[in-house]
Design a protein around this ligand. Structure first.
Ligand SMILES: Cc1ncc(C[n+]2csc(CCOP(=O)(O)OP(=O)(O)O)c2C)c(N)n1
Ligand SMILES: [Mg+2]
Length: 576
């Protein structure tokens, strides 16, 4: 054989082979998963490089937890699993909080972690980053899979996708041992082994009887209320939900991340009359909302003494009767259930009694009027209401911007003050009230939607993911971070009376977070009054330049734990 023929044969032979690296990339692309959030390192560095070279967008973060939160919210925003990629043991563990968060919040997400040599890990012989990751992930997610052979990559990813998005969505762990990446197999057989998932989240139609029962209960109501949860926002059944609310004439209350499904300024929105409608309603229809702690479990003082009937629409049958009796369970995907209810309502549905809707409108108007002057103050240093009055207008003028929000007072007050106008534009701490979602969410929101992002962050909340402002600058994302800097957790005024260490809830006084942003080439602004804040935020939203605004708040502004101080256990022995 001549030298040329020889090398051609070698090329030919190579062409007919594929390997784990390529099969994973091909499987992801085949299923439309073209964005990865992660942190590189052994054994996935080359995988990330190759994925990038093959047209997958690979966003490198500074910490896996933030990449994980990004993936989780990408899942919420797109109904496709968000993908987070990490190294073994420590990287995996860093991503795990976000995986558990995704599961708790019903966001579809796949955490893909490289792992060490099975033979050594299982004999506990001390491998590099040794850990039985699959076993550890299992209780924290909806499903967990490990792929050992290249020919199983297609099936493995297909199972992960289905588990993440079908039924009630959640987090899935996919364990890929280092050896898998380099495993070689015949290219044709490899192609055939890939699986394109057809109809990953099949519609689940509600039983006709359950729909009739729900409508009968709703029809009999004198004081009906609809509560929209983030499951309703996730469903992307926006038109049907709006039609159901409007056709029924029933007042609605949006949970935090359901705000904007119908505008907060909608005449039927009872957001500004929340405490009275919860107490006084007689029939409550929950749409993609759970009766967990955020709704006081459907009982107790919050819900008043009047007897209540609950109708619940949820894809998960086990959700029914989780806290109180559900007289009309409707199990199915939100889109199908809402459409079936709409169809069952017919054309002569009568609106709820006007003394009920009128009383709510009156209450709402009173509360809005009470709030209005506080939102217009120009105090310096700022208080929450002065600063939020500005941001409320920013979102009103830019209803398609995405609002990210975390903190205690910063969260609770922003949720109440900032009206939302479009679905899935408000993303926040979710079911756990977790701090640390801020920058990961902001990055994913910008990447997945292409819309400008406004992140309203408590100074403590920001600290959990603050290093990712480098990531924001690196990818030049249209993110404006506003830090409500009150020098601490809840307040900056606590004093430790017992020694020289600072109190546990306070930070460095007068910190200048804006200077951090400048270190990475972003725009940093120190804003000491609502007027300055307004100018800075508008400039950032107009320019789309990565910006961080240090909003100087009165350190005494804010209360313990924001609006949930009642959840703090109290010591009977506490010194007065
Ligand atoms: C991961 C995590 N750790 C700790 C907490 C407890 N926590 C609740 S709110 C909060 C910070 C509140 O301070 P800040 O973000 O500055 O908001 P402020 O009330 O001062 O506006 C903390 C640490 C949490 N919710 N999540
Ligand atoms: Mg604070």
């Amino acid at each position: 054989m001549s030298a040329t023929v020889q090398s051609m044969t070698a090329v030919e032979a190579e062409r007919e082979l594929t390997d784990g690296f390529n099969l994973i990339i091909d499987a992801l692309k085949l299923n439309g998963l073209t964005t990865i959030y992660g942190v590189p390192g052994i054994p996935i560095t080359d995988f990330g490089r190759m994925a990038q070279a093959e047209g997958i967008r690979v966003l490198s973060f500074r910490h896996e937890q933030n990449a994980g939160y990004a993936a989780s919210i990408a899942g919420f925003l797109t109904k496709k699993p968000g993908v987070c990629l990490t190294v073994s043991a420590p990287g995996f563990l860093n991503g795990l909080t976000a995986l558990a968060h995704a599961t708790t919040n019903c966001f579809p997400m796949i955490l893909i972690s490289g792992s060490s040599e099975r033979e050594i890990v299982d004999l506990q012989q001390g491998d590099y980053e040794e850990m039985d990751q699959l076993a550890i992930a299992k209780p924290l997610c909806k499903a967990a899979f490990r792929v050992l052979h290249a020919q199983d990559i297609g099936i493995g990813l297909a199972r992960a996708i289905r588990a993440a998005v079908s039924g009630r969505p959640g987090g899935v762990y996919l364990d890929l041992p280092a050896k898998l990446f380099g495993q070689v197999m015949d290219a044709e057989a490899g192609r055939k082994s890939l699986v394109k998932v057809i109809d990953a989240a099949p519609a689940q139609l509600p039983a006709p009887d359950s729909v009739r029962r729900a409508l009968d209960v709703l029809k009999g109501a004198k004081k009906p209320l609809i509560i929209l949860g983030k499951g309703a926002a996730y469903a992307q059944a926006d038109d049907a939900i709006r039609q159901l609310v409007e056709k029924s004439g029933v007042p609605f209350l949006p949970m935090s991340m359901a705000k904007g499904l119908l505008p907060d300024t909608h005449p039927q929105c009872a957001g500004a009359a929340r405490s009275s409608v919860l107490k006084e309603s007689d029939v409550v229809m929950l749409i993609g909302a759970r009766l967990n702690w955020l709704l006081s479990h459907g009982k107790g003082k919050t819900w008043g003494d009047a007897p209540k009937k609950f109708i619940q629409i949820d894809i998960e049958p086990k959700e029914m009767d989780s806290n109180v009796e559900i007289v009309a369970p409707v199990v199915g995907d939100i889109g199908s259930c809402v459409s079936a209810l709409l169809a069952g309502m017919g054309n002569n549905w009568s609106a709820p009694p006007s003394d009920w809707t009128g009383a709510i409108t009156k209450k709402r108007e009173e509360n809005v009027a009470k709030m209005a002057p506080r939102l217009m103050n120009n105090n310096s240093p700022m208080d929450y209401h002065g600063a939020l009055g500005v941001l409320r207008t920013v979102i009103k003028e830019r209803p398609d911007a995405i609002l990210v929000n975390e903190g205690a007072n910063t969260l609770d007050l922003a949720r109440g003050v900032i009206d939302m106008y479009q679905p899935r534009k408000r993303i926040d701490v979710g079911t756990w009230g977790v701090m640390g979602i801020g920058m990961g969410y902001s990055i994913a929101a910008a990447i997945e939607t292409g819309k400008p992002v406004l992140a309203v962050e408590g100074d403590s909340a920001f600290g959990f993911s603050g290093m990712e402002i480098e990531t924001i600058c690196r990818y030049n994302l249209p993110v404006c971070v506003v830090i409500f800097n009150n020098d601490g957790i809840y307040r900056g005024t606590d004093v430790n009376k017992a020694g020289s260490d600072p109190a546990t809830t306070v930070f460095v006084k007068g910190a200048r977070y804006d200077k951090m942003m400048e270190a990475f080439g972003g725009v940093g602004v120190n804003a000491t009054s609502p007027d300055e804040l307004k100018r800075a935020v508008n400039a950032a939203m107009d320019s789309g330049k990565p910006t961080l605004i240090n909003a100087v708040l009165d350190p005494a502004a804010g209360s313990e734990s924001g609006r949930i101080g009642n959840l703090n256990p109290q010591s009977a022995l506490k010194k007065k």
